[in-house]
Design a protein around this ligand. Sequence first.
Ligand code: SAH
Length: 345
Amino acid sequence: MYNKEIIDRISREHSAEKEDILTILQDDSEDRYLFEEADKIRKQNYGTDVYLRGLIEISNYCKNNCLYCGIRRDNRKITRYRLTEQDILLCCDTGYELGFRTFVLQGGEDIYFNDDFLCSIIHKIKAKYPDCAVTLSLGERTEKSYNALFSAGADRYLLRHETASKSHYEKLHPAEMSFDSRIECLKTLKKIGFQTGAGFMVGSPFQTHDNLAEDLMFIKKLKPEMVGIGPFISHNETPFKEYKNGTLRDTLVMVALTRLILPNALIPSTTALGTIDPQGREKGLKAGANVVMPNLSPVKFRKLYSLYDNKICMGDEAAECRKCLEKRVESAGYKIVTDRGDWHA
Ligand code: SAH
């Protein structure tokens, strides 16, 4: 039996049994109620505020070979690029003017970006913009490295766990990559004091509803400050090119359940969500998300950072991206704020 009481209970207790999650995933009859409830909880914690994160894609070189990802090592078809320190600082200048108070430096695992290089950039951004947060999304590094980056002034780190099931993780990654290492990294980041982001793809190859339930159990336990959730989207130059994309519906359900389970989490309405549905990001906001991440990367490199096919916002200058997002956010009934948008209890 599926009724509103299951949603009410999850909402009240901020926790869910696996059975409840499976029930919700299997039956869409109460979706509207679930999304409304998630929106209510989001408004109790963050009002109608939406935080902006300026995404700077600093390199598409990657030493890893994740089977789903378009910038994987074995994709010989793409032109590789990396931004210089000056490029990155220019992106921040543009972003600051446009009201961004968080810069996210994301990239493949590019060994060129050693600690000295990254610490120097972080110092420079923080010196110039002391009122801004710096978020990193640069994959798995050593504890020593994470410590150095934190000491240099980085505030947050995004490292999606991708899936909380070890056996499923092993189907999405080559043997040289390890589920346990990824989870260890997340624990280390939390221990060091980063506001930490975990997250997962919805509808990735071989994923079951059971796996999605495990993802929620995992985030309930880890309590990351941020949770990135987006649909898997196939990329033509990967071994998963024939696999189906994740669905809008399942992604929205996972966003909403995450909001109920971690009421204070910062949850982006992802670009991937906007890619599978023209109104995807608006729908994500209405299902409990409270962050958007417009692209601040130089336009000439954008299409080279192709994690998946048909990614949106490829041609727009930062200012256009910002304006477009603002309209979308307002049309959904929310408001972009010029604020670091830190996690709060
Ligand atoms: N190298 C960094 C950043 C990875 S890119 C790291 O390892 O964390 C950021 C996220 O994009 C990934 O964590 C993954 O969840 C997502 N992603 C990659 N390929 C994707 C695809 N084909 N469809 C949807 N999301 C994808």
